[in-house]
Design a protein around this ligand. Structure first.
Ligand code: ADP
Length: 521
């Protein structure tokens, strides 16, 4: 058993105090320092001897001293069982006059003599961090406020931009109209001058007149394009969609482009199914085609070829215009659809056009719900593709006048089908047997054939086979109507569609529409 004498205890207590990580002071009932450990010496910069017997207030900055004395006087009357001043935050004054933030823990050492043990913690670092956090928080609040203001300003700016856009469109529209009137005068009078109706011109004057005319034409083209584009961008362009024949629209555009193509010896060819119906704004579709064709002519050398093709896909129609011209580098495939983007000189070596054609074309295609893109390589020609969706058409195309051959042995069934056809203004031919059907088909070449399968004599199967294998009838769409369901067999023999009897009128008419559109030609 160790001998715990007073001396030993005192020494061990002193050692304990000195290895404590925090500064510790003991103060008597009068507030005089009676004990200080090493950490306390380090913190305050005074030695123990200097501190001994001094009032505790010497370790406080001047401004707290009076208040502290009053505060301390309450300790003596405080019930001794309650904890004293735990976690008090104060400022300490060092010997060198500097201050630091401290946190103190007070506890009575002895109830009898009123001595108080005071454990001190230097919290200047923590205080500093707290202040920084507070500063950061304030900064953050300020930033948030600033952001809110910027957001508000942005919203206002957006509104202004929108308004400015509307104004710009209106301005462009009115300027374009104003410019057009004098331009028409310039074009008209330069034309008259060139005709020499008002007197003869020498060759130089003729050349100058031609420059005036061409310059004015170019300006007119530009104004028309700008007006078009501003109308589309302002959402003022309304599409008048209707069903029409794609082939006829293409033919009209081709006939207006042909003189230009002929001049350069460029061959034009069209591979559009004659039966193809399309639901679009006819005028705008022609504009799209015209822009693509005129570019193709511009950028194709003498003796080249331009081909237009159509493909029917499940929910849209794809039309393409291919040329054997100068081609477009891969990096420009997107940018050529931007306004005023002209990549190449034309084959004449000059920049022709306004640089707005493809931008307008793209917007027109997109307003129809379609897409436009180009596949091309420099020097290897270009193919522009665009799609027109058919799903959103809403209504079916009206049936254009067509001749339908009904091959059916049952007289009443035949009559019923004929009455359906006639109610839609379609012309019908009839045959009561397979042989008769073959003969009529060969002689009259109907647009569509409706064929029953189960007939006496030559069966519908055999008739279908013969129709498909004879060159005269191979291209005519054939709709099978039958009480039996043998679609697989019928399609493998070349049937276009297969309807199981009884067939409702609308179902039959739909099938005829589809057959005409998909018709093998
Ligand atoms: P532009 O009025 O100049 O023809 P577009 O917008 O119609 O304006 O065309 C933009 C540019 O795209 C043209 O200047 C040309 O560089 C390129 N481009 C368009 N079509 C073709 C084409 N068929 N072959 C090669 N380049 C083409």
């Amino acid at each position: 058993m160790p001998n715990l004498t007073e001396v030993n205890l005192d020494e061990r207590f002193r050692n304990l105090l000195d290895i404590a990580p925090d500064p510790i002071l003991e103060v008597d009932a009068e507030g005089r320092i009676v004990l200080a450990n090493k950490e306390a010496e380090k913190l305050f910069g005074w030695t123990r001897d200097e501190l001994a017997g001094q009032p505790i207030e010497m370790l406080l900055p001047e401004r707290f001293r009076t208040r502290h004395v009053i505060h301390r006087s309450h300790y003596s009357v405080r019930p001794k069982t309650r904890p004293m001043g735990t976690g008090l935050e104060l400022f300490a004054l060092r010997k060198d006059g500097t201050e630091c933030a401290i946190d103190i823990n007070l506890s009575p050492v002895s109830a009898a003599n009123g001595r108080v043990m005071c454990i001190i913690r230097d919290v200047s670092e923590r205080k500093h961090i707290e202040e920084q956090i507070q500063l950061l928080n304030q900064n953050l609040e300020r930033r948030t406020e600033e952001l809110a203001t910027v957001n508000q300003q942005l919203e206002l700016r957006n509104l202004e931009v929108e308004r400015a856009n509307v104004l710009k469109t209106e301005f462009l529209a009115s300027v374009s109209h104003e410019l057009r009137t004098p331009l028409h005068a310039i074009i008209g009078f330069s034309e008259l001058l060139a005709e020499e109706s008002a007197g003869g011109l020498n060759p130089k004057q003729k050349r100058f007149t031609s420059h005036i005319y061409q310059g004015a034409q170019h300006l007119l083209e530009l104004i028309n394009d700008i007006l078009d584009l501003s109308k589309i961008e302002a959402g003022h362009l309304e599409l008048r969609q209707e069903w029409f024949s794609a082939a006829s629209a293409v033919a009209e555009v081709l006939s207006s482009i042909r003189p230009l193509a002929n001049q350069k010896g460029i061959a034009l060819s069209a591979g559009i199914q004659p039966e193809l119906s399309i639901f679009a704004d006819r005028i705008r579709l022609k504009e799209i085609l015209f822009n693509l064709f005129s570019n193709a002519v511009k950028f194709t050398r003498e003796g080249g070829r331009i081909t237009v093709r159509s493909t029917v896909l499940p929910d849209h129609i794809r039309i393409s215009v291919a040329d054997t011209g100068i081609g477009i580098a891969a990096g420009e495939h997107e940018s050529i659809f931007q306004t005023f983007r002209q990549v190449a000189s034309t084959t004449k070596g000059v920049r022709e056009g306004t640089g707005l054609g493809l931008a307008i074309t793209k917007r027109l295609v997109e307003q129809h719900g379609g897409h436009i893109w180009v596949e091309s390589e420099l020097g290897a020609g270009s193919e522009f593709f665009f799609t027109i969706p058919q799903g959103a058409a809403g209504e079916e195309p009206p049936l254009e006048p067509a001749v339908v051959l009904v091959v059916e042995d049952d007289e009443s069934s035949r009559e019923l089908v004929v009455s359906y056809l006639e109610s839609e203004g379609l012309k019908s031919l009839t045959a009561g047997s397979g042989d008769e059907g073959l003969r009529v088909a060969r002689d009259s070449h109907p647009d569509v054939i409706i064929l029953d399968l189960l007939m006496p004599g030559r069966s519908g199967w055999e008739t279908l086979y013969k129709l498909r294998s004879s060159p005269a009838t191979a291209g005519i769409p054939i709709i099978i109507t039958s009480v039996i369901d043998e679609k697989k067999m019928a399609f493998s023999l070349g049937a276009t569609d297969y309807l199981v009897k009884p067939v409702a009128k609308e179902t039959l008419l739909d099938a005829i529409r589809r057959a005409k559109r998909l018709g093998v030609t």
